[in-house]
Ligand binder design. Structure first.
Ligand code: ACO
Ligand code: PYR
Length: 541
Protein backbone atom coordinates (compact mmCIF):
# COMPACT_ATOMS: atom_id res chain seq x y z
CA UNK A 1 0.00 0.00 0.00
CA UNK A 2 1.41 3.41 -0.85
CA UNK A 3 0.49 6.69 0.83
CA UNK A 4 -1.29 9.19 -1.39
CA UNK A 5 -0.23 12.77 -0.89
CA UNK A 6 -3.43 14.80 -0.42
CA UNK A 7 -3.77 17.37 -3.19
CA UNK A 8 -6.18 19.53 -1.17
CA UNK A 9 -5.54 21.11 2.23
CA UNK A 10 -6.55 18.63 4.88
CA UNK A 11 -9.85 19.11 6.73
CA UNK A 12 -11.04 17.93 10.15
CA UNK A 13 -14.79 17.85 10.59
CA UNK A 14 -16.09 17.50 14.15
CA UNK A 15 -19.60 16.04 14.37
CA UNK A 16 -19.82 15.91 18.19
CA UNK A 17 -22.76 18.28 18.36
CA UNK A 18 -24.83 16.29 15.88
CA UNK A 19 -23.73 12.68 15.56
CA UNK A 20 -22.16 12.69 19.03
CA UNK A 21 -25.53 13.57 20.53
CA UNK A 22 -26.99 10.43 18.94
CA UNK A 23 -25.11 8.36 21.54
CA UNK A 24 -27.04 7.00 24.50
CA UNK A 25 -27.17 9.45 27.39
CA UNK A 26 -25.59 12.29 25.40
CA UNK A 27 -27.43 15.55 25.67
CA UNK A 28 -26.33 19.16 25.91
CA UNK A 29 -28.33 22.35 26.15
CA UNK A 30 -28.02 24.92 23.36
CA UNK A 31 -25.74 27.03 25.61
CA UNK A 32 -23.53 24.04 26.36
CA UNK A 33 -23.28 23.20 22.66
CA UNK A 34 -22.18 26.75 22.02
CA UNK A 35 -19.41 26.30 24.61
CA UNK A 36 -18.27 23.10 22.91
CA UNK A 37 -18.22 24.89 19.55
CA UNK A 38 -16.08 27.68 21.00
CA UNK A 39 -13.68 25.10 22.45
CA UNK A 40 -13.38 23.30 19.11
CA UNK A 41 -12.73 26.64 17.43
CA UNK A 42 -9.94 27.30 19.95
CA UNK A 43 -8.52 23.87 19.18
CA UNK A 44 -8.65 24.77 15.52
CA UNK A 45 -10.83 22.15 13.79
CA UNK A 46 -11.89 23.30 10.34
CA UNK A 47 -15.56 22.41 10.43
CA UNK A 48 -18.03 21.96 13.26
CA UNK A 49 -21.24 20.14 12.44
CA UNK A 50 -23.62 21.96 14.74
CA UNK A 51 -26.79 19.95 14.23
CA UNK A 52 -29.96 19.33 12.33
CA UNK A 53 -31.72 22.74 12.39
CA UNK A 54 -34.95 21.20 11.09
CA UNK A 55 -35.02 18.64 13.86
CA UNK A 56 -36.25 20.42 17.00
CA UNK A 57 -36.55 23.80 18.77
CA UNK A 58 -33.33 23.29 20.76
CA UNK A 59 -31.40 23.04 17.50
CA UNK A 60 -33.08 26.20 16.25
CA UNK A 61 -32.08 28.00 19.45
CA UNK A 62 -28.51 26.77 18.96
CA UNK A 63 -28.31 28.03 15.39
CA UNK A 64 -29.60 31.43 16.53
CA UNK A 65 -26.80 31.56 19.14
CA UNK A 66 -24.13 30.36 16.70
CA UNK A 67 -25.16 33.00 14.16
CA UNK A 68 -24.13 35.75 16.59
CA UNK A 69 -20.60 34.41 17.14
CA UNK A 70 -17.41 35.07 15.28
CA UNK A 71 -15.09 32.16 14.71
CA UNK A 72 -11.34 32.17 14.57
CA UNK A 73 -10.56 28.83 12.91
CA UNK A 74 -13.78 26.95 12.32
CA UNK A 75 -16.75 27.12 10.01
CA UNK A 76 -20.12 25.90 11.17
CA UNK A 77 -21.92 23.27 9.08
CA UNK A 78 -25.66 22.72 9.25
CA UNK A 79 -26.83 19.15 8.71
CA UNK A 80 -29.88 17.77 6.90
CA UNK A 81 -30.95 15.12 4.44
CA UNK A 82 -31.95 14.86 0.81
CA UNK A 83 -35.42 16.00 -0.15
CA UNK A 84 -38.39 13.82 0.77
CA UNK A 85 -39.78 11.74 -2.08
CA UNK A 86 -42.69 13.47 -3.87
CA UNK A 87 -41.51 16.93 -2.74
CA UNK A 88 -39.52 19.38 -4.85
CA UNK A 89 -36.18 20.33 -3.31
CA UNK A 90 -37.05 24.04 -3.22
CA UNK A 91 -40.29 23.19 -1.41
CA UNK A 92 -38.86 20.67 1.04
CA UNK A 93 -39.21 22.37 4.47
CA UNK A 94 -36.01 20.89 5.87
CA UNK A 95 -33.94 21.88 2.83
CA UNK A 96 -35.44 25.36 2.96
CA UNK A 97 -34.29 25.68 6.58
CA UNK A 98 -30.76 24.73 5.47
CA UNK A 99 -30.91 27.22 2.62
CA UNK A 100 -32.06 30.05 4.92
CA UNK A 101 -29.62 29.17 7.71
CA UNK A 102 -26.63 31.48 8.31
CA UNK A 103 -24.15 28.66 7.64
CA UNK A 104 -22.39 28.75 4.31
CA UNK A 105 -21.59 25.04 4.65
CA UNK A 106 -24.36 22.47 4.57
CA UNK A 107 -23.99 18.73 4.88
CA UNK A 108 -26.74 16.52 3.57
CA UNK A 109 -27.03 12.80 3.98
CA UNK A 110 -28.50 10.62 1.26
CA UNK A 111 -29.02 6.97 0.51
CA UNK A 112 -26.69 4.73 -1.48
CA UNK A 113 -27.59 1.19 -0.48
CA UNK A 114 -30.40 -0.76 -2.19
CA UNK A 115 -31.59 -2.16 1.12
CA UNK A 116 -32.40 1.36 2.34
CA UNK A 117 -34.05 2.37 -0.94
CA UNK A 118 -36.39 -0.58 -0.63
CA UNK A 119 -37.01 -0.58 3.14
CA UNK A 120 -36.56 2.99 4.37
CA UNK A 121 -37.03 5.67 1.73
CA UNK A 122 -39.07 3.40 -0.53
CA UNK A 123 -37.94 4.88 -3.85
CA UNK A 124 -36.47 3.14 -6.88
CA UNK A 125 -32.76 3.58 -7.70
CA UNK A 126 -33.40 6.14 -10.44
CA UNK A 127 -35.59 8.28 -8.16
CA UNK A 128 -32.93 8.15 -5.43
CA UNK A 129 -30.41 9.60 -7.90
CA UNK A 130 -32.86 12.45 -8.54
CA UNK A 131 -33.31 12.99 -4.77
CA UNK A 132 -29.54 13.37 -4.43
CA UNK A 133 -29.01 15.55 -7.51
CA UNK A 134 -31.98 17.86 -6.85
CA UNK A 135 -31.07 18.42 -3.21
CA UNK A 136 -27.40 19.14 -3.86
CA UNK A 137 -28.19 21.39 -6.83
CA UNK A 138 -30.76 23.36 -4.81
CA UNK A 139 -28.34 24.11 -1.97
CA UNK A 140 -25.50 24.90 -4.37
CA UNK A 141 -27.89 27.28 -6.14
CA UNK A 142 -28.49 28.93 -2.77
CA UNK A 143 -24.78 29.64 -2.53
CA UNK A 144 -23.86 26.89 -0.11
CA UNK A 145 -20.78 24.73 -0.01
CA UNK A 146 -22.36 21.25 -0.03
CA UNK A 147 -20.79 18.27 1.69
CA UNK A 148 -22.63 15.18 0.55
CA UNK A 149 -22.62 12.33 3.11
CA UNK A 150 -23.12 9.04 1.25
CA UNK A 151 -24.80 7.00 3.97
CA UNK A 152 -23.92 3.28 4.12
CA UNK A 153 -21.48 3.81 1.27
CA UNK A 154 -19.30 0.80 2.09
CA UNK A 155 -22.25 -1.60 2.48
CA UNK A 156 -23.54 -0.30 -0.84
CA UNK A 157 -20.13 -0.72 -2.44
CA UNK A 158 -20.03 -4.37 -1.39
CA UNK A 159 -23.61 -4.87 -2.57
CA UNK A 160 -23.66 -3.01 -5.91
CA UNK A 161 -20.46 -1.14 -6.69
CA UNK A 162 -21.74 0.41 -9.90
CA UNK A 163 -24.82 1.90 -8.26
CA UNK A 164 -22.83 3.21 -5.28
CA UNK A 165 -20.59 5.09 -7.74
CA UNK A 166 -23.61 6.46 -9.59
CA UNK A 167 -24.93 7.97 -6.34
CA UNK A 168 -21.60 9.72 -5.81
CA UNK A 169 -21.49 10.93 -9.41
CA UNK A 170 -25.01 12.35 -9.04
CA UNK A 171 -23.82 14.45 -6.10
CA UNK A 172 -20.62 15.55 -7.83
CA UNK A 173 -22.36 16.50 -11.07
CA UNK A 174 -24.91 18.53 -9.08
CA UNK A 175 -22.08 20.57 -7.58
CA UNK A 176 -21.15 18.92 -4.29
CA UNK A 177 -17.80 20.19 -3.06
CA UNK A 178 -17.08 17.11 -0.92
CA UNK A 179 -18.38 13.57 -0.95
CA UNK A 180 -18.07 11.78 2.38
CA UNK A 181 -17.99 8.00 2.27
CA UNK A 182 -19.88 6.87 5.36
CA UNK A 183 -19.44 3.57 7.14
CA UNK A 184 -22.77 4.20 8.81
CA UNK A 185 -23.15 0.77 10.42
CA UNK A 186 -19.47 0.62 11.33
CA UNK A 187 -19.31 -2.75 9.63
CA UNK A 188 -16.20 -2.34 7.50
CA UNK A 189 -12.60 -3.36 8.04
CA UNK A 190 -9.59 -1.18 7.24
CA UNK A 191 -8.56 -3.07 4.08
CA UNK A 192 -12.10 -2.82 2.70
CA UNK A 193 -12.19 0.89 3.40
CA UNK A 194 -8.80 1.42 1.81
CA UNK A 195 -9.80 -0.39 -1.38
CA UNK A 196 -13.12 1.44 -1.76
CA UNK A 197 -11.73 4.91 -0.96
CA UNK A 198 -8.88 4.38 -3.38
CA UNK A 199 -11.35 3.42 -6.13
CA UNK A 200 -13.44 6.56 -5.50
CA UNK A 201 -10.40 8.84 -5.32
CA UNK A 202 -9.13 7.36 -8.60
CA UNK A 203 -12.47 7.96 -10.30
CA UNK A 204 -13.61 11.28 -8.83
CA UNK A 205 -10.69 12.71 -6.88
CA UNK A 206 -9.84 15.25 -9.57
CA UNK A 207 -13.31 16.81 -9.37
CA UNK A 208 -14.24 16.60 -5.73
CA UNK A 209 -12.82 16.32 -2.26
CA UNK A 210 -13.30 12.81 -0.82
CA UNK A 211 -14.05 12.39 2.89
CA UNK A 212 -14.52 9.58 5.40
CA UNK A 213 -17.10 9.20 8.15
CA UNK A 214 -16.56 6.01 10.17
CA UNK A 215 -18.28 4.37 13.12
CA UNK A 216 -16.72 2.04 15.64
CA UNK A 217 -19.04 -0.99 15.65
CA UNK A 218 -16.27 -3.36 14.55
CA UNK A 219 -13.70 -1.53 16.68
CA UNK A 220 -12.12 -0.02 13.55
CA UNK A 221 -13.39 3.57 13.51
CA UNK A 222 -9.97 5.18 13.91
CA UNK A 223 -8.14 2.61 11.77
CA UNK A 224 -10.70 2.98 8.99
CA UNK A 225 -10.33 6.76 9.02
CA UNK A 226 -6.54 6.57 8.84
CA UNK A 227 -6.62 4.03 6.00
CA UNK A 228 -9.06 6.24 4.13
CA UNK A 229 -6.58 9.11 4.46
CA UNK A 230 -3.84 6.85 3.25
CA UNK A 231 -6.01 6.06 0.22
CA UNK A 232 -6.50 9.76 -0.56
CA UNK A 233 -9.32 11.11 1.61
CA UNK A 234 -8.62 14.70 2.69
CA UNK A 235 -11.65 15.32 4.87
CA UNK A 236 -12.15 13.29 8.07
CA UNK A 237 -15.30 13.32 10.12
CA UNK A 238 -15.53 12.05 13.68
CA UNK A 239 -16.46 13.12 17.19
CA UNK A 240 -14.52 14.27 20.23
CA UNK A 241 -13.78 11.24 22.42
CA UNK A 242 -15.60 9.06 19.86
CA UNK A 243 -19.06 9.59 21.33
CA UNK A 244 -21.99 8.72 19.08
CA UNK A 245 -24.74 6.31 18.13
CA UNK A 246 -24.31 2.69 19.41
CA UNK A 247 -20.57 2.09 20.00
CA UNK A 248 -19.74 5.58 18.84
CA UNK A 249 -18.19 7.43 15.92
CA UNK A 250 -14.57 7.34 14.89
CA UNK A 251 -12.68 9.07 17.68
CA UNK A 252 -11.53 12.35 16.18
CA UNK A 253 -9.40 13.10 19.24
CA UNK A 254 -7.26 10.03 18.51
CA UNK A 255 -7.31 10.59 14.76
CA UNK A 256 -6.11 14.18 15.11
CA UNK A 257 -3.07 13.09 17.12
CA UNK A 258 -2.38 10.09 14.85
CA UNK A 259 -2.48 12.26 11.76
CA UNK A 260 -0.04 14.81 13.11
CA UNK A 261 2.28 12.63 15.16
CA UNK A 262 2.29 9.42 13.12
CA UNK A 263 1.41 10.36 9.57
CA UNK A 264 2.95 13.82 9.39
CA UNK A 265 -0.36 15.45 8.40
CA UNK A 266 -0.91 18.59 10.44
CA UNK A 267 -4.65 19.05 10.68
CA UNK A 268 -4.69 21.78 13.37
CA UNK A 269 -2.92 25.15 13.37
CA UNK A 270 0.65 24.93 14.60
CA UNK A 271 0.95 24.29 18.35
CA UNK A 272 -2.75 23.58 18.89
CA UNK A 273 -2.34 19.84 19.32
CA UNK A 274 -1.24 20.66 22.87
CA UNK A 275 -4.85 21.66 23.56
CA UNK A 276 -6.13 18.19 22.72
CA UNK A 277 -6.34 16.79 26.27
CA UNK A 278 -7.98 19.91 27.66
CA UNK A 279 -10.56 19.91 24.85
CA UNK A 280 -11.38 16.22 25.26
CA UNK A 281 -11.85 16.59 29.02
CA UNK A 282 -13.91 19.75 28.61
CA UNK A 283 -16.42 17.90 26.44
CA UNK A 284 -16.66 15.03 28.94
CA UNK A 285 -17.12 17.48 31.81
CA UNK A 286 -20.02 19.17 30.05
CA UNK A 287 -21.54 15.79 29.33
CA UNK A 288 -21.16 15.00 33.02
CA UNK A 289 -19.22 11.81 32.45
CA UNK A 290 -15.78 10.85 33.73
CA UNK A 291 -13.11 11.00 31.02
CA UNK A 292 -12.07 7.48 29.97
CA UNK A 293 -8.75 6.93 31.74
CA UNK A 294 -7.45 4.59 29.04
CA UNK A 295 -8.29 6.81 26.08
CA UNK A 296 -5.30 7.07 23.72
CA UNK A 297 -3.24 10.26 24.03
CA UNK A 298 -5.63 12.15 26.37
CA UNK A 299 -6.61 9.58 29.02
CA UNK A 300 -5.21 9.95 32.53
CA UNK A 301 -3.44 6.62 32.07
CA UNK A 302 -2.19 7.29 28.55
CA UNK A 303 1.27 8.03 29.98
CA UNK A 304 0.98 6.31 33.39
CA UNK A 305 3.73 3.83 34.17
CA UNK A 306 3.34 1.10 36.76
CA UNK A 307 5.81 -1.71 36.05
CA UNK A 308 9.11 -1.08 37.85
CA UNK A 309 11.08 -1.97 34.71
CA UNK A 310 9.05 0.57 32.73
CA UNK A 311 9.67 3.33 35.25
CA UNK A 312 13.40 2.53 35.28
CA UNK A 313 13.34 2.80 31.46
CA UNK A 314 11.46 6.09 31.56
CA UNK A 315 13.99 7.56 33.97
CA UNK A 316 16.78 6.64 31.57
CA UNK A 317 14.98 7.91 28.47
CA UNK A 318 11.22 8.57 28.23
CA UNK A 319 11.02 7.22 24.69
CA UNK A 320 11.83 3.72 25.98
CA UNK A 321 8.20 3.34 27.09
CA UNK A 322 6.36 6.36 25.64
CA UNK A 323 5.34 6.44 21.99
CA UNK A 324 5.12 10.25 21.99
CA UNK A 325 5.98 13.05 24.39
CA UNK A 326 2.82 13.58 26.54
CA UNK A 327 3.27 17.35 26.32
CA UNK A 328 2.64 17.30 22.56
CA UNK A 329 -1.01 16.47 23.26
CA UNK A 330 -1.25 18.46 26.50
CA UNK A 331 -1.10 15.40 28.73
CA UNK A 332 1.35 14.50 31.49
CA UNK A 333 3.35 11.52 32.62
CA UNK A 334 2.32 9.68 35.79
CA UNK A 335 4.23 7.11 37.77
CA UNK A 336 2.08 4.67 39.73
CA UNK A 337 3.28 3.15 42.95
CA UNK A 338 2.47 -0.49 43.60
CA UNK A 339 3.93 -3.89 44.41
CA UNK A 340 5.08 -4.00 40.76
CA UNK A 341 7.34 -0.99 41.30
CA UNK A 342 11.11 -0.90 41.69
CA UNK A 343 13.37 1.62 43.40
CA UNK A 344 13.31 3.90 40.35
CA UNK A 345 9.61 4.46 40.95
CA UNK A 346 10.24 5.48 44.55
CA UNK A 347 13.00 7.90 43.59
CA UNK A 348 10.77 9.44 40.91
CA UNK A 349 7.78 9.87 43.25
CA UNK A 350 9.99 11.24 46.05
CA UNK A 351 11.38 13.87 43.67
CA UNK A 352 7.80 14.85 42.73
CA UNK A 353 7.09 15.43 46.44
CA UNK A 354 10.28 17.45 46.86
CA UNK A 355 11.99 14.69 48.89
CA UNK A 356 15.25 12.98 48.17
CA UNK A 357 15.86 9.33 48.87
CA UNK A 358 19.01 7.34 48.30
CA UNK A 359 19.12 3.87 46.77
CA UNK A 360 19.15 2.09 50.15
CA UNK A 361 16.11 4.06 51.39
CA UNK A 362 14.33 3.42 48.09
CA UNK A 363 14.87 -0.32 48.44
CA UNK A 364 13.55 -0.22 52.02
CA UNK A 365 10.51 1.80 50.95
CA UNK A 366 9.68 -0.49 48.07
CA UNK A 367 9.95 -3.52 50.38
CA UNK A 368 7.53 -1.80 52.73
CA UNK A 369 5.11 -1.05 49.86
CA UNK A 370 5.20 -4.70 48.77
CA UNK A 371 4.56 -5.89 52.32
CA UNK A 372 1.67 -3.45 52.78
CA UNK A 373 0.13 -4.30 49.40
CA UNK A 374 0.29 -7.95 50.41
CA UNK A 375 -1.82 -7.00 53.45
CA UNK A 376 -4.41 -5.24 51.30
CA UNK A 377 -3.07 -1.72 50.82
CA UNK A 378 -3.04 -0.29 47.32
CA UNK A 379 -1.06 2.88 46.78
CA UNK A 380 -1.97 3.57 43.15
CA UNK A 381 -5.03 5.57 44.17
CA UNK A 382 -3.56 6.71 47.50
CA UNK A 383 -0.79 9.06 46.47
CA UNK A 384 -1.19 11.07 49.67
CA UNK A 385 -0.62 8.02 51.88
CA UNK A 386 2.35 6.98 49.76
CA UNK A 387 3.95 10.35 50.31
CA UNK A 388 3.41 10.00 54.07
CA UNK A 389 5.05 6.59 53.90
CA UNK A 390 8.03 8.18 52.13
CA UNK A 391 8.21 10.82 54.82
CA UNK A 392 8.05 8.28 57.64
CA UNK A 393 10.86 6.29 56.08
CA UNK A 394 12.99 9.39 55.49
CA UNK A 395 12.33 10.98 58.88
CA UNK A 396 10.44 13.96 57.45
CA UNK A 397 6.96 13.03 58.67
CA UNK A 398 5.31 15.56 60.96
CA UNK A 399 2.35 13.95 62.77
CA UNK A 400 -0.73 16.08 63.34
CA UNK A 401 -1.24 14.81 66.88
CA UNK A 402 -0.64 11.88 69.23
CA UNK A 403 -3.67 9.68 69.74
CA UNK A 404 -4.82 8.74 73.20
CA UNK A 405 -8.08 7.09 72.10
CA UNK A 406 -11.19 7.37 70.02
CA UNK A 407 -14.60 5.83 70.55
CA UNK A 408 -17.81 5.68 68.51
CA UNK A 409 -21.27 4.96 69.85
CA UNK A 410 -24.04 4.01 67.48
CA UNK A 411 -27.43 3.92 69.13
CA UNK A 412 -30.65 2.62 67.67
CA UNK A 413 -33.60 4.49 69.22
CA UNK A 414 -37.15 3.26 69.49
CA UNK A 415 -38.91 4.42 66.34
CA UNK A 416 -36.04 3.53 64.04
CA UNK A 417 -33.81 6.60 64.49
CA UNK A 418 -30.06 5.85 64.59
CA UNK A 419 -27.81 8.27 66.50
CA UNK A 420 -24.03 8.30 66.13
CA UNK A 421 -21.59 10.00 68.44
CA UNK A 422 -17.79 9.98 68.44
CA UNK A 423 -15.35 11.04 71.14
CA UNK A 424 -11.66 11.52 70.52
CA UNK A 425 -8.83 12.22 72.92
CA UNK A 426 -5.59 13.49 71.42
CA UNK A 427 -2.44 15.37 72.36
CA UNK A 428 -0.85 18.16 70.41
CA UNK A 429 2.43 18.93 72.13
CA UNK A 430 1.63 19.19 75.82
CA UNK A 431 -1.99 20.03 75.32
CA UNK A 432 -4.74 17.45 75.60
CA UNK A 433 -7.89 17.81 73.47
CA UNK A 434 -11.08 15.88 74.17
CA UNK A 435 -13.93 16.38 71.73
CA UNK A 436 -17.30 14.75 71.10
CA UNK A 437 -19.36 15.18 67.95
CA UNK A 438 -22.47 13.72 66.37
CA UNK A 439 -22.63 12.70 62.73
CA UNK A 440 -24.68 10.96 60.06
CA UNK A 441 -22.58 7.88 60.65
CA UNK A 442 -19.40 6.80 62.47
CA UNK A 443 -16.91 8.25 59.97
CA UNK A 444 -18.76 11.57 59.75
CA UNK A 445 -18.87 11.83 63.56
CA UNK A 446 -15.16 10.99 63.86
CA UNK A 447 -14.29 13.51 61.15
CA UNK A 448 -16.24 16.25 62.95
CA UNK A 449 -14.76 15.45 66.36
CA UNK A 450 -11.22 15.35 64.94
CA UNK A 451 -11.55 18.62 63.06
CA UNK A 452 -13.03 20.25 66.14
CA UNK A 453 -10.04 19.06 68.19
CA UNK A 454 -7.26 20.04 65.81
CA UNK A 455 -9.08 23.04 64.37
CA UNK A 456 -7.56 25.42 66.93
CA UNK A 457 -4.03 24.52 65.90
CA UNK A 458 -4.72 23.86 62.22
CA UNK A 459 -7.70 26.11 61.38
CA UNK A 460 -7.28 25.94 57.61
CA UNK A 461 -8.04 22.20 57.65
CA UNK A 462 -11.66 23.31 57.57
CA UNK A 463 -11.03 24.13 53.87
CA UNK A 464 -10.44 20.48 53.10
CA UNK A 465 -13.33 18.48 51.84
CA UNK A 466 -13.58 14.72 51.65
CA UNK A 467 -14.83 14.27 48.10
CA UNK A 468 -14.90 10.51 47.75
CA UNK A 469 -15.14 7.60 50.18
CA UNK A 470 -14.80 4.05 48.88
CA UNK A 471 -14.91 0.80 50.80
CA UNK A 472 -13.83 -2.53 49.38
CA UNK A 473 -14.09 -5.92 51.06
CA UNK A 474 -10.84 -7.77 50.34
CA UNK A 475 -11.59 -11.36 51.34
CA UNK A 476 -15.30 -11.78 50.83
CA UNK A 477 -15.22 -15.43 51.93
CA UNK A 478 -14.74 -14.26 55.55
CA UNK A 479 -18.09 -12.44 55.50
CA UNK A 480 -18.39 -9.78 58.20
CA UNK A 481 -14.92 -10.68 59.51
CA UNK A 482 -13.25 -9.72 56.24
CA UNK A 483 -10.48 -7.19 55.81
CA UNK A 484 -11.70 -3.87 54.43
CA UNK A 485 -9.84 -1.27 52.39
CA UNK A 486 -11.00 2.33 52.67
CA UNK A 487 -9.91 4.93 50.12
CA UNK A 488 -10.63 8.61 50.67
CA UNK A 489 -10.08 11.39 48.15
CA UNK A 490 -9.71 14.83 49.70
CA UNK A 491 -9.51 18.22 48.03
CA UNK A 492 -8.61 21.76 49.00
CA UNK A 493 -10.21 23.16 45.86
CA UNK A 494 -6.89 23.21 44.00
CA UNK A 495 -5.55 19.74 44.47
CA UNK A 496 -6.96 16.31 45.14
CA UNK A 497 -5.09 13.56 46.93
CA UNK A 498 -5.89 10.01 48.02
CA UNK A 499 -5.38 8.25 51.32
CA UNK A 500 -5.89 4.69 52.45
CA UNK A 501 -6.69 2.63 55.53
CA UNK A 502 -6.85 -1.17 55.78
CA UNK A 503 -8.07 -3.37 58.59
CA UNK A 504 -10.60 -5.88 59.84
CA UNK A 505 -12.50 -3.09 61.56
CA UNK A 506 -14.20 -0.86 59.00
CA UNK A 507 -14.29 2.15 61.33
CA UNK A 508 -10.63 1.70 62.26
CA UNK A 509 -9.63 1.56 58.60
CA UNK A 510 -11.74 4.65 57.92
CA UNK A 511 -10.12 6.51 60.84
CA UNK A 512 -6.63 5.73 59.44
CA UNK A 513 -7.58 6.96 55.96
CA UNK A 514 -9.19 10.08 57.46
CA UNK A 515 -6.14 11.00 59.54
CA UNK A 516 -3.83 10.43 56.55
CA UNK A 517 -5.92 12.66 54.32
CA UNK A 518 -5.68 15.57 56.80
CA UNK A 519 -2.04 14.90 57.71
CA UNK A 520 -0.98 15.09 54.05
CA UNK A 521 -2.15 18.69 53.84
CA UNK A 522 -0.17 19.67 56.94
CA UNK A 523 3.26 18.32 56.07
CA UNK A 524 6.21 20.71 56.13
CA UNK A 525 6.35 22.89 53.06
CA UNK A 526 2.68 22.43 52.32
CA UNK A 527 0.97 24.07 55.30
CA UNK A 528 -1.61 26.80 55.17
CA UNK A 529 -0.27 29.18 52.50
CA UNK A 530 -0.62 26.61 49.71
CA UNK A 531 -4.16 25.69 50.56
CA UNK A 532 -6.80 27.20 48.32
CA UNK A 533 -8.71 29.35 50.76
CA UNK A 534 -6.30 29.45 53.69
CA UNK A 535 -6.81 32.55 55.80
CA UNK A 536 -3.76 34.79 56.17
CA UNK A 537 -3.27 34.26 59.92
CA UNK A 538 -2.85 30.55 59.36
CA UNK A 539 0.56 31.06 57.82
CA UNK A 540 2.20 31.15 61.19
CA UNK A 541 0.29 28.12 62.48
C1 ACO B 1 -26.92 8.22 9.51
C2 ACO B 1 -27.42 9.32 10.34
O1 ACO B 1 -26.94 9.47 11.45
S1 ACO B 1 -28.59 10.33 9.68
C3 ACO B 1 -29.06 11.40 10.97
C4 ACO B 1 -29.92 10.72 11.98
N1 ACO B 1 -30.31 11.67 12.96
C5 ACO B 1 -31.55 11.82 13.36
O2 ACO B 1 -32.44 11.09 12.95
C6 ACO B 1 -31.80 12.88 14.39
C7 ACO B 1 -32.79 13.96 13.90
N2 ACO B 1 -33.98 13.36 13.34
C8 ACO B 1 -35.21 13.92 13.49
O3 ACO B 1 -35.40 14.92 14.17
C9 ACO B 1 -36.33 13.28 12.74
O4 ACO B 1 -36.03 11.92 12.48
C10 ACO B 1 -36.61 14.03 11.39
C11 ACO B 1 -37.19 15.42 11.72
C12 ACO B 1 -35.34 14.22 10.58
C13 ACO B 1 -37.60 13.24 10.55
O5 ACO B 1 -38.71 12.90 11.33
P1 ACO B 1 -40.02 12.16 10.67
O6 ACO B 1 -40.48 12.97 9.52
O7 ACO B 1 -40.95 11.94 11.79
O8 ACO B 1 -39.48 10.80 10.08
P2 ACO B 1 -38.71 9.56 10.70
O9 ACO B 1 -37.76 10.03 11.76
O10 ACO B 1 -39.65 8.50 11.10
O11 ACO B 1 -37.85 9.08 9.45
C14 ACO B 1 -38.40 8.34 8.39
C15 ACO B 1 -38.72 9.23 7.19
O12 ACO B 1 -37.55 9.88 6.73
C16 ACO B 1 -37.37 9.61 5.31
N3 ACO B 1 -35.96 9.59 5.06
C17 ACO B 1 -34.99 8.95 5.80
N4 ACO B 1 -33.80 9.23 5.28
C18 ACO B 1 -33.98 10.05 4.22
C19 ACO B 1 -33.11 10.66 3.30
N5 ACO B 1 -31.78 10.50 3.40
N6 ACO B 1 -33.64 11.45 2.35
C20 ACO B 1 -34.97 11.64 2.26
N7 ACO B 1 -35.84 11.10 3.13
C21 ACO B 1 -35.35 10.30 4.09
C22 ACO B 1 -38.03 8.28 5.10
O13 ACO B 1 -38.42 8.13 3.76
C23 ACO B 1 -39.23 8.39 6.02
O14 ACO B 1 -40.22 9.14 5.37
P3 ACO B 1 -41.80 8.71 5.45
O15 ACO B 1 -42.15 8.81 6.91
O16 ACO B 1 -42.46 9.73 4.59
O17 ACO B 1 -41.86 7.34 4.90
C1 PYR C 1 -24.01 10.72 8.03
C2 PYR C 1 -23.90 9.81 9.16
O1 PYR C 1 -23.98 10.21 10.28
C3 PYR C 1 -23.65 8.40 8.88
O2 PYR C 1 -23.80 7.96 7.75
O3 PYR C 1 -23.30 7.69 9.83
Amino acid sequence: MTTSVPSRPFELYDATLRDGMQGEGMSLSAEEKLRVARKLDELGVHLIEAGFPASNPKEQELFALLAQETWESSRIAAFGMTRRRDVRADQDPALRILADCFCDVTTIVGKTWGLHLEKVVRVDPAENLRLIADSVAFLVGEGKRVIYDAEHFFDAWRDDREYAHRCLRAAVEAGADTITLCDTNGSSLPMQVHEAVRAVVDELGEHVRVGIHAHDDAGCGVANSLLAVQAGATHVQGTTNGIGERTGNANLTTITADLELKMGIRSLPEGRLAKLTETAHFVDELLNRPPRTTQPYVGRNAFAHKGGLHVAGIRADASTFEHVDPATVGNARDVLVSELAGKGTVIEKAAEAGLSVDDAQAVRIIDRVKELEHRGYQFEAADGSFELLLRRETGTYDPLFTLESWRVIVEQRAGGQVETEATIKIWIGDERFVRTAEGNGPVHALDRALRSAIGQVHPHLSDIELVNFKVRILDETKGTGAVTRVLIDASDGNRTWGSIGVGENLIGASWDALVESLAWAEQPGRRGPQLAAAPAEVESA
